[in-house]
Design a protein around this ligand. Structure first.
Ligand code: F0G
Length: 352
């Protein structure tokens, strides 16, 4: 029997590591590619979910972080820093523990999900809540990494993209080729950049016969790429992608244009509808930002813009447990019953 060895070992020859790179890993990657029955019926396509919430800290960030922290360790770094809407900080904090490093994280005040804050805290990160948004946090993190001995592990660090591109490899390895369309939520735009790089590398080396069209979706209150200008006060319930000035903006445009794809926006209402559909009808619990990919696919299908019969992969980027407030909000409080089978059966509607 063979356990998945983590993405650096699984894809070592395709990553910038050497025999002397210390591999810092929690055995990330190798995530499920789940056939989505209801989404397939609704679109007339063969839809899959790449469930990145199954990574060790519950998001796709672990793919980039195993690389970023391994390379930082190789370079002799003793401390790392990142700006984050929550998932990057959770991942950086966990991998820093594995590496015996100190982690510092900058998050927008009051705007990150409780589960993510809890992760950073319990892994012992030094956390600062910045009186500003994510974009301000990233500016500050960059400045600190330039002036002080602390390595930046945001996705502006190119080795993060290298780690994250392995998700595209896994999909092609599973399906035997690239899908027709790959759909992603877009925030700082590192992940769409990474997938596009991964798909291109596999196609260039003859491991895939084609590349997919890349479809990215931003939240409508935080959609600088779609609107064509930075958003000074980005808004959305999907706090993970509440970003007004994406660092990888140009790379996202390149992914869109080179692939013949699109980047569009979805409303919070559409995001929440997709979030509920995924949980209630596919059995996959994701965080709201992750549902932006599925919301976008459904919107395009409803507009008649998805030809039937295509193979489509939607990345769902983070675990629903990160931000359970949205699962509980609006749902009825479970009723209280005495320890009595008949009372319980009555409440459960089992009495016929
Ligand atoms: N989905 C989730 C759950 C995320 O946490 C993020 C980004 C994205 C999608 C967007 O990915 O930035 O590569 O376009 N989260 C970052 C963070 C910003 O700090 O955790 P992107």
């Amino acid at each position: 029997t063979h356990q998945w060895r983590g993405l650096i070992e699984e894809y070592r020859d395709r990553l910038p590591v050497s025999d002397t790179t210390p591999v810092v890993t929690l055995l990330e990657g190798g995530t499920p590619l789940v056939p989505a029955q209801v989404l397939s019926e609704r679109t007339g396509c063969e839809v899959y979910l790449k469930v990145e919430g199954a990574n060790p800290t519950g998001s796709f960030k672990d793919r980039g972080m195993t690389m970023a922290i391994s390379k930082a360790k190789e370079d002799g770094a003793q401390a790392v820093i990142c700006a984050s809407t929550g998932n990057t900080s959770a991942s950086a904090a966990a991998y820093a523990v594995r590496a015996g490093m100190v982690s510092a994280v900058l998050v927008p005040q009051g705007k990150i999900a409780l589960g993510k804050m809890g992760q950073a805290l319990v892994h012992g990160a030094k956390i600062l809540q910045v009186d500003g948004n994510f974009d301000d946090c990233l500016t500050l993190a960059r400045e600190l990494s330039e002036k002080y001995p602390v390595a930046l592990v945001n996705s502006v660090n190119p080795v993060r993209i290298e780690g994250q591109k392995t998700a595209a490899f896994e999909i092609v390895d599973m399906l035997g080729d690239a899908p027709d369309i790959h759909v992603l939520p877009v925030g700082n735009a590192g992940n769409i950049t990474a997938y596009w790089k991964g798909y291109r590398e596999y196609a260039a080396d003859g491991l895939a016969a084609r590349t997919p069209r890349m479809w990215g979706f931003q939240a409508s209150g935080s959609a600088p790429i779609v609107d064509g200008a930075p958003v000074l006060k980005p808004q959305t319930i999907a706090t993970a992608i509440r970003i007004g000035n994406p660092a990888s903006w140009d790379f996202a445009l390149a992914a869109r244009d080179e692939s013949g794809g699109l980047i569009d926006k979805v409303t919070d209402r559409q995001i929440l509808a997709a979030y509920r559909l995924l949980a209630a009808q596919e059995g996959v619990f994701v965080e709201p930002a992750s549902a932006a990919s599925v919301a976008g696919l459904l919107a395009k299908a409803e507009a008649g813009l998805v030809d039937p019969g295509q193979r489509i992969v939607c990345t769902v980027t983070g675990n629903g447990l990160k931000d359970p407030d949205w699962a509980v909000a609006g749902a009825p409080q479970p009723q209280v019953v005495p320890v009595d089978p008949e009372a319980a059966a009555l409440r459960l509607g089992l009495l016929g």
